[in-house]
Design a protein around this ligand. Structure first.
Ligand code: C2E
Ligand code: CA
Ligand code: CA
Length: 595
């Protein structure tokens, strides 16, 4: 609701000061500093009113009876109460009310001073003008604050003259107040510099984090959304047309985004060419529409990611999700809006599915291409969701990889694969080894190799009976723990296969150093065989390469008899594909060959 609307003034903080930054409607808000969020302004103004009331109450209550004394006491009590109301509610009032609150304070103090019978008491009450001046310099732009100061000084001089006090002393007091106000105002602005982006005048990432932290405070996730905009190809412009042109574009984007996002939104420049928009009170669908409108308002193509806060979100986690969606938009060609995956990446759902028994492991035979003899089987996970139906692994494995639940998934598949193999071993016509897909995330756990070898031992299986399939990309990253894990299992005798070989990283020279024993040629290369094509240069080269390095070659995705013959003739060690058998439950592999 509007009560949670956050800090349009912070959005505009410094906008007037920024070089060339225009003053679009969304940027011209009557507040100067980034501490001037409605909540902070309400609390501070309320505290000043209350303490002014309390000081008046105690101070005058102490004095001997004089004619206006009871009136001042009533006014002081009312000011105290007003302070409480202002502190609790003023952030929900229109922004202009903060001017009324400050000016009202000056009027009340003037009345108190006028009512005071003696010059000392009047002078003491006039000291409370300091609160008005501080409030103005804390929260309003310099010029507005100066106007408040001038009005306060005029009231002070008038009341001093009217009650026979020294006007000179009154003005001297005001000069002191002005100095204090200017100092406080300057300190606040200096502190705020750290949260303002000098190029666009918008908040920077630090400012955004503070606003988000305030926004996300509380046990329930607020109904709101964050849109992250990333300018497509900004780096190119910056390098091509120069930094000046880049800055100009950023300022234009800042202005148009702030204008299009509307007054209740908070806009920040959260990265070099990345803008964040907090949209209070909007749900995901509405935020997507706003994101599309924002993109349309920009002079350049942009990718947008939308994320909605969930319970327990931090500013970092929320922005991280939105950023992930932006990357996805970028990867899909940019100029589009993508909604972030569920907060937990669907990992909770997958873990629940594991517990609920909705997952199964199917096995696809790996054969000798010449005669189709089953040698091995690849374990492939299957998810039968009662609501969504069969979910293909390509849909949930990458997600599980991102949020880490793939570690549990991989372990679960490995345990089942090993159990199944123990059952098959020594029985004719059945796989005598099993291949398991292992994701990068699993190999980051330094304990992975030990746990895997222990599992084989416990099942009474030799390490040679396991094939670990790792993608080229995983190998290409070459992290220490990944390498150590693979070296450990390979040294123990486990086969290590490069899955989807030929599609990813391809530093052939490094193949020699890597702990691999097998190349699993990607099925896209096999798909080129057939219709009279019996060999391709790439396949021939891969087989030659493997031979030279002493690696076995598996041809994947063999769908026809013609392809089967071709890969056999090419010299592939093993083959796999629909022609030989689809992935099926283990029991379906049970039938011994009839030949
Ligand atoms: P992959 O490791 O390349 O697995 C081979 C994929 O090709 C399987 O898809 C399989 O069903 C399919 N396939 C087999 N023969 C043929 C064929 O002749 N023609 C065609 N067009 N496709 C064929 P699936 O089961 O959908 O798995 C997709 C990917 O999901 C796998 O690719 C693997 O990367 C991942 N995956 C599956 N199970 C696991 C698992 O337990 N752990 C991990 N980390 N990843 C898994
Ligand atoms: Ca595989
Ligand atoms: Ca593959």
């Amino acid at each position: 609701g509007p009560a949670r609307a956050v800090a349009p003034p912070a959005t505009a903080a410094g906008a007037g000061r920024a070089r060339g930054a225009g003053r679009g409607p969304a940027l011209s808000v009557a507040a100067a500093t980034s501490v001037a969020t409605p909540r902070v302004m309400a609390r501070t103004a309320g505290a000043l009113w209350s303490s002014a009331g309390a000081i008046g109450f105690v101070g005058v209550g102490d004095a001997a009876a004089f004619s206006g004394r009871s009136t001042i006491l009533v006014m002081a009590a009312l000011a105290l109460a007003a302070g409480v109301v202002i502190g609790l509610r003023a952030h929900t009032w229109p922004r202009g009310s903060f001017h009324v609150i400050a000016a009202g304070g000056a009027v009340v103090i003037t009345a108190g001073t006028a009512l005071a019978a003696s010059a000392p008491i009047g002078g003491a009450i006039a000291g409370l003008y300091l609160f008005v001046v501080l409030d103005a310099f804390l929260f309003f732009p310099w010029r507005t604050a100066a106007a408040h100061l001038a009005a306060t000084a005029a009231l002070h001089a008038l009341v001093a003259a009217a009650t026979g006090q020294s006007v000179v002393l009154a003005l001297l007091m005001q000069v002191t107040f002005a100095a204090a106000g200017a100092l406080v105002g300057w300190l606040v602005r200096a502190a705020a510099e750290a949260t303002v982006d000098p190029v666009t005048g918008l908040m920077n990432r630090a400012g955004l984090d503070r606003v988000l932290a305030e926004h996300l405070r509380g046990s329930e996730a607020p109904s709101s959304a964050v849109v992250l905009l990333d300018l497509d190809g900004f780096r190119g412009l910056n390098e091509g047309a120069g930094v000046e042109a880049g800055d100009h574009l950023l300022r234009t984007v800042a202005q148009r985004t702030a204008r299009a996002a509307g007054p209740s939104a908070t806009v920040a420049r959260s990265g070099s060419d990345e803008f964040a928009v907090l949209l209070p009170g909007l749900d995901e669908d509405a935020a997507v529409r706003v994101a599309d409108a924002l993109r349309a308002a920009l002079p350049t193509s942009a990718s947008a990611g939308v994320a909605v806060p969930v319970r327990g979100d931090s500013p970092a986690s929320l922005v991280h999700r939105a950023k992930g969606a932006t990357y996805e938009a970028l990867e899909r060609g940019g100029a589009r809006t993508v909604v972030a995956a569920e907060a937990d990446g669907g990992g909770a759902r997958l873990r629940a599915a594991l517990r609920a028994g909705e997952l199964a492991v199917h096995f696809q035979p790996v054969v000798l291409p010449g005669d189709g003899t089953v040698v091995s089987a690849e374990a492939l996970v299957r998810w039968f969701d009662p609501v969504r139906g069969t979910v293909p692994p390509d849909c949930f494995v990458p997600v599980a990889e991102r949020d880490g639940s793939v570690v549990e998934l991989g372990r679960w598949v490995l345990v089942r694969a090993v159990q199944q193999l123990a059952d098959w071993r020594g029985r004719a016509g059945l796989p005598q080894s099993v291949a398991v897909n292992v994701s990068h995330r699993e190999l980051c756990d330094p304990a992975w190799a030990g746990a895997t070898l222990a599992l084989l031992r416990a099942a009474g299986l030799p390490p040679q009976a396991l094939v670990v399939e790792v993608t080229e990309t995983t190998l290409g990253r070459d992290e220490d723990s990944v390498r150590a894990n693979l070296v450990a299992v390979r040294d123990a005798g486990v086969e290590v296969s490069v899955d989807d070989f030929g599609t990813g990283w391809s530093s052939l020279s490094r193949l020699e150093e890597l702990p691999v024993t097998q190349l699993k040629v990607d099925r896209s290369f096999v798909a080129r065989l057939g219709d009279g094509v019996t060999a391709t240069p790439v396949l021939e080269a891969i087989v030659q390469l493997a031979r030279g390095l002493g690696l076995t070659v598996v041809a994947e995705g063999v769908e026809t008899a013609e392809q089967a013959r071709a890969v056999a003739d090419l010299g592939c060690t093993l083959a796999q594909g629909w022609h030989f058998g689809r992935p099926v439950p283990a029991a379906h592999l049970g039938a011994p060959p009839t030949a």
